[in-house]
Design a protein around this ligand. Sequence first.
Ligand SMILES: Nc1ncnc2c1ncn2[C@@H]1O[C@H](COP(=O)(O)OP(=O)(O)O)[C@@H](O)[C@H]1O
Ligand SMILES: CC(=O)OP(=O)(O)O
Ligand SMILES: [Mg+2]
Length: 399
Amino acid sequence: MKILVLNSGSSSLKYQLFEMPNEQALCTGLVDRIGLEHSSITHKTFFKGKESKHQVELAIPDHEGALLRVTELLKDPKVGVLKDNTEIEAIGHRVVHGGEQFAATTLITEEVKAKIKGLFALAPLHNPPNYLGITVAERVFPQAKQVAVFDTAFHQSMPALAYRYALPKSMYTDLGIRAYGFHGTSHQYVSKKASEYLNNSKAKIITIHLGNGCSMTAVDSGKSVDTSMGLGPMGGLVMGTRAGDIDPSIIFHLINERGFSAQEVNDILNKKSGLLGLSGLSDMRDVKNAITEGSPDAKLAYELYAYRIQKYIGAFAAVLKGLDAIVFTAGVGENDADMREAVCKNMDFFGIMLDTKLNRAGNKNIREVNKSSSAVKILVIPTNEELEIGQQTFELIRK
Ligand SMILES: Nc1ncnc2c1ncn2[C@@H]1O[C@H](COP(=O)(O)OP(=O)(O)O)[C@@H](O)[C@H]1O
Ligand SMILES: CC(=O)OP(=O)(O)O
Ligand SMILES: [Mg+2]
């Protein structure tokens, strides 16, 4: 059975086609910079274990155009993997915000779509493109079952102590103001892999997802018990363009005393802060190059990013009342050995002792980079949100 997975971001579309149940990826791809002048598509196919890469640059105005172009590529006589759209039995969609309505993967109906739409205000950068991806897929693949896998679902196991804010009760009961948490598919995937690796289903683990968006989760016995993001995907860690934790009085100071509009402040916190705000660069590779060139701003951005992660390790070790492993994942977590070193620096008190040599030994698979005397395992585990979405979609539709 063929399952297509779609991950629509604010300016990108990631996709992967799986043959199930053997979880074989037939192709994977990324449409980048949607809506900008030079969009690009990177499309990779895997045939008998051999990878072929195909790259095109062209203008793609919106997500509808992106998905239509991907459909053409999937059926392309040269680089395609399908003969006909009807070969796809199900499409698994990443949906970022599922509110309290969705604690599990769900078959998409008109009612489900209405609820996803109702959550636009809580995740304005993510839910609208996710929703659009669903409506376009319904049109292009009318025979396929459409399934939603929510970033928030894994965190629905958090206790009230972790998800409630100390605000008037009606804010929660009437308006749904609480912490939801995000990147749940990734935290779930890597924590499962870590438990298997440790051969301990009761392990206490901190998962550290460092992509464009960044978040950390305290996982106890396979369940999320606390996480660094809250109502929306803005709080917690320093990210590419998002500030993470700030004192809320800053917002009112900017609006009431400094003449910014609420929209401007929202824009600053989402799109102009984080690494970009501190250093002028949002991509970690660029920040590192700037450090090499001697930029003190880039150095501060790098160190602040690591410092915030250390702070959350301390907090989550206290939440878990013990710690078996920390897991680094996503673009920065998997690839940036210097960042792992900065995060683990002087953390012996917590039983975290990095082996600097192992840390630099590149290898794509799950690996252990701690000293043998370290009480806490330090693991690097490549995340695969698309595979997790594919697996959950398959599980749901075969029932
Ligand atoms: N070798 C590397 N060293 C440092 N950072 C890297 C490296 N490779 C990728 N990254 C960083 O990873 C981030 C993107 O992570 P990714 O998980 O792909 O994000 P997303 O899925 O949220 O778009 C970028 O900041 C990028 O610079
Ligand atoms: C929820 C979130 O921050 O997602 P991303 O990292 O894909 O922006
Ligand atoms: Mg991501």
